[in-house]
Design a binder for this molecule. Structure first.
Ligand code: TRP
Length: 333
């Protein structure tokens, strides 16, 4: 049985990188009849860094709405909120006894987020990857679609699965496989082709947010950094032209076309010709998602009901796995 699990933090507005690098993929997995899918909003992870309690629930709903607006159908995939399934936290504690400090200290995301002040970083930020491992293992998930930057965390989840199995002489947890795929696994900033498109970039011009309206999208694409050359007729010729490559990648991903065929179409053209076509495409593809998201958010009770239902389904899977884990570990029934 193939079970796919992934999640996103409700920390701020989603952008094109989240959509093309993750969500669009998650939607594609719905065609896989052999697989079961669980997509959670990882709110417990979101509190590992400074946050506003007043906006946590709202942000959680917004991410759930984005999942649904992007095309994840709650009837085909289980959409739920991490904190609604207490078994994630419970399994995390059990796994934390097997997670080596040395390995956690080597996590690049921890080092980045803790910055110079690692002494003052919270235990939660340090233990973040153990909670992520619990998110995955509590469902015995086999496939985990993640970005390149999460590979190290997934490695820890694999490690904890086999440490547990070996320590207790069982075959409880399968090895979760990272799935790093999709039309555009690395979407770069519109202002600098060597930097990832990121919600933490201080320039909003560097990214296209899923809530941007058509005018904003057009403005951002018009201002997107390019180079003075015309577009070539082959991919190889885009080496050393990171901004051009990024725009072609984005166009291809949005159009469900290969990069080669996009280049065939625009070979010899200047960006002044490419950009208007790109604006049209981006607006055509993104505005239905934005509209759907706004529609969903106008009726939060409906989203909440859907998430409650998803939470129930998730708990039905997670509860027996936790029970089995605790039995193996020798806890009193
Ligand atoms: N750490 C992931 C990220 O920042 C989010 C996440 C938390 C996740 N738990 C997960 C992703 C479990 C996949 C599976 O992108």
């Amino acid at each position: 049985m193939k079970r796919i699990l992934s999640g996103m933090q409700p920390t701020s507005q989603l952008h094109l990188g989240n959509y093309l690098g993750a969500l669009k993929n998650w939607v594609n997995f719905q065609e896989d009849k052999e697989a079961e899918r669980l997509y959670c909003v990882v709110d417990l992870h979101a509190i590992t860094q400074p946050y506003e309690p007043e906006t946590l629930a709202k942000a959680t709903r917004e991410i759930a709405a984005a999942y649904m607006a992007a095309g994840i159908d709650p009837k085909k995939s289980t959409i739920f909120v991490q904190s609604h399934v207490p078994q994630h936290s419970q399994l995390m504690w059990l796994l934390s006894t097997m997670a080596q400090m040395g390995k956690l200290e080597r996590m690049t995301q921890f080092k980045d987020k803790a910055g110079k002040n690692a002494e003052r970083a919270g235990l939660g930020l340090f233990a973040y990857p153990v909670l992520m491992a619990a998110d995955i293992l509590i469902y015995k998930a086999t496939h985990v679609p993640v970005g390149e930057d999460q590979k190290q965390h997934l490695e820890l989840a694999r490690d904890l699965a086999s440490t547990f199995n070996t320590r207790y002489g069982v075959d409880l947890f399968p090895q979760p496989e990272p799935v790093i795929a999709g039309p555009a696994p690395r979407v770069m900033s519109l202002r600098d082709g060597s930097k990832k498109m990121s919600k933490s970039d201080e320039s909003d011009m560097s990214r296209i947010n899923l809530i941007d309206d058509a005018d904003t999208i057009a403005k951002k694409i018009k201002k997107a950094k390019t180079d003075p050359e015309a577009l070539p007729d082959n991919l190889k010729a885009l080496d050393g032209r990171p901004e051009a490559l990024n725009l072609i990648t984005l166009y291809a991903a949005l159009a469900d076309q290969s990069k080669e065929s996009v280049l065939t179409q625009f070979a010899g053209k200047q960006f002044s010709e490419f950009k208007p076509a790109f604006i049209d495409l981006a607006v055509t593809r993104l505005s239905p998602i934005t509209a759907r998201m706004n529609e969903l958010l106008s009726d939060p009770a409906q989203i909440d009901a859907s998430l409650r239902e998803g939470g129930e389904k998730a708990r039905d899977i997670a509860a027996p796995v936790l029970q089995e884990t605790m039995k193996i570990m020798g806890f009193m029934p």
